[in-house]
Design a protein around this ligand. Structure first.
Ligand code: GLA
Length: 514
């Protein structure tokens, strides 16, 4: 075994040192169909249902489904399933895809009940690319690119507007200034969002889902209209516009329970009253209950930066995910620490309830401090693979937040490896654990539903280093088949341990198969 181990380690070293530059880890998708996406999908009975089967491979692809419950129908050419969610129950369907080059099939369990987001939500959010420059046209473009780039074929689904879509009382961009609400009290979108329903219709026509953003405070973080005292009305409006996702961002809400001040010019200040747990929970409880009462499946994303240990109660107030910290755009040099910190909250990660360490910021992103125009990230290539691996191993929502109009081959290669994404989307919903190794190195180990383990070997140092995963640390024994998930190839059978050379500031991500 030692000799084999050395040979394999040698091969791995060569492979991984070659791959250190801007090399693409993920092999190009094959021409034949490969169905991706989660193995379980939650919906609520009677509500509108929309699911575009993620499937790689040359078009045209023709789809069929065995066991599709009544109320749902499939467009065989696009793979879009739509209709109304079936009566409460579990429905095992078998999806088949055929094209000129081959075929594939994959099971999906549709669980119609009271839970959504049974696997971490995947999609795109505009914030770190377009900040206060976002327009309806950019949202539509993002949806188009989600399809044309192949991101949707790998499982990305939500196209989410962040802040700055409404009017503000004050803003440098006068086209974003205007009345906050109409005479009936309905929120008014700004000049750049002339037709919210038209926008969600467009996103839905592609089989994708649409997300929106508000704050429980009088104003959002960028000073736009918030939902304070209009919660019910705004939730109804978001529903009637056709949104499927709400990010609810604390922002100016602090002024309310602290008995602070706010005016109609967008100025708010907090008072001195100390906040209690109930104060932190109240706005989310309130909106959570309203969202649940809508005749629409709306994923509820809490954004309050991890205050008051939100992971302990985010699920109980109706949240499907909650930010565990501040804005990651200010801390992109700390992705390893942040992922490790998130493993401390691992017991709160489960189907329908996810810790959210914030978006994937690679490719073209704008400087968070300056709300700058998108520029190509300076993050080392190897670290971008590590970033994606960490987010998958902690079962984070996978929400890309870079400029979709500038998506390049490398960025897509990081974002769209279905075997890596499968780790994130695993139905168990477990967050990995950390096993410290030698200086600068650690493993992150995640149990998967088929009894296998996903293991990330991470190196935070500036030079490549050999890292060993020992079976005893992983609670494994005997000979195991090991697969390299980024390169999508089997490395062979290993007994007792595996060693790989991990690139500087990078990862080797393995699946140790049951
Ligand atoms: C906060 C949130 C960010 C983003 C901005 C918008 O900072 O944490 O994710 O939504 O507000 O203003």
């Amino acid at each position: 075994m030692t000799r084999i181990h050395c040979i394999i380690t040698g091969i791995l070293s060569i492979a991984f040192s070659l791959s250190h530059a801007q090399e693409l880890y993920t092999p190009a998708p094959k021409p034949q169909p490969r169905i991706n996406g989660p193995l379980v999908y939650g919906c609520r009975p009677g509500h509108p249902f929309l699911y575009r089967i993620p499937c790689q491979g040359e078009r045209p692809v023709s789809f069929t489904i065995k066991g599709l419950p009544s109320g749902l129908s499939l467009d065989p050419a696009t793979g879009i399933i739509s209709g109304n969610a079936p009566v409460q129950g579990e429905y095992e369907i078998l999806i088949k895809a055929v094209n000129a080059k081959g075929k594939d099939q994959r099971k999906l369990k549709i669980i119609s009940g009271d839970k959504l987001a049974l696997t971490p939500p995947m999609g795109w959010n505009h914030w770190y690319a377009h900040y206060d420059r976002i327009t309806d046209a950019m949202m539509r473009e993002a949806a188009d690119v989600m399809i044309s780039s192949g991101m949707a074929d790998a499982g990305y689904q939500y196209v989410n507007i962040d802040d700055c879509w409404a009017n503000a009382p004050n803003n440098n961009d006068k086209l974003r200034v205007g009345p906050l609400r109409d005479e009936k009290g309905n929120m008014i979108p700004n000049h750049f969002f002339p037709d919210m329903h038209g926008l969600t219709d467009y996103i839905h026509s592609l089989g994708l889902k649409a997300g929106i953003y508000s704050s429980p405070g009088p104003y959002t973080c960028a000073g736009f209209t918030g939902s304070y005292n209009h919660e019910e009305q705004d939730a109804h409006q978001f529903t009637s516009w056709g949104f499927d996702f709400l990010k609810y961002d604390w922002c100016s809400y602090g002024a309310i329970p602290t008995e602070g001040k706010w005016d109609d010019k967008g100025v708010t200040s907090e008072g001195n009253k100390k906040l209690t747990l109930e104060d932190f929970q109240l706005p989310y409880q309130k909106m959570g209950a309203i969202i649940r009462s809508q005749d629409r499946d709306i994923v509820f994303n809490l954004c309050q930066y991890g205050m008051s240990e939100v992971w302990k109660w985010g699920g109980s107030v109706g949240g499907h995910s909650w930010r565990t910290g501040g804005d990651l755009g200010f801390e992109l040099d700390r992705i390893f620490d942040i992922a490790i910190r998130n493993t401390q909250y691992r017991q709160y990660s489960k189907p329908g309830e996810w810790n959210d360490p914030d978006y994937i910021q690679i490719g073209w992103i704008g400087n968070a401090g300056k709300m700058g125009a998108p520029e190509l990230t300076k993050m080392p290539a190897s670290m971008q693979y590590a970033y994606m691996s960490l987010w998958c191993l902690i079962a984070s929502p996978l929400v890309y937040s870079g400029d979709m109009s500038k998506l390049d081959k490398f960025t897509l290669n990081v974002l769209c490896n279905p075997e890596v994404i499968d780790v994130d989307q695993d139905p168990l919903g477990e967050c990995g654990i950390v096993i410290e190794k030698q200086q600068n190195c650690f493993l992150m180990v995640k149990n998967l539903s088929d009894g296998s383990k996903a293991v990330g070997l991470f190196n935070r140092g500036k030079t490549p280093v050999e890292v060993t995963a020992d079976w005893k640390d992983l609670k494994l024994s005997g000979k195991k088949l090991v697969r390299d998930l980024w390169h999508q190839n089997d490395l062979g059978k290993f007994n007792g341990q595996i060693t790989a050379t991990v690139p500087a500031e990078g990862v080797v991500m393995l699946k140790i198969i049951k």
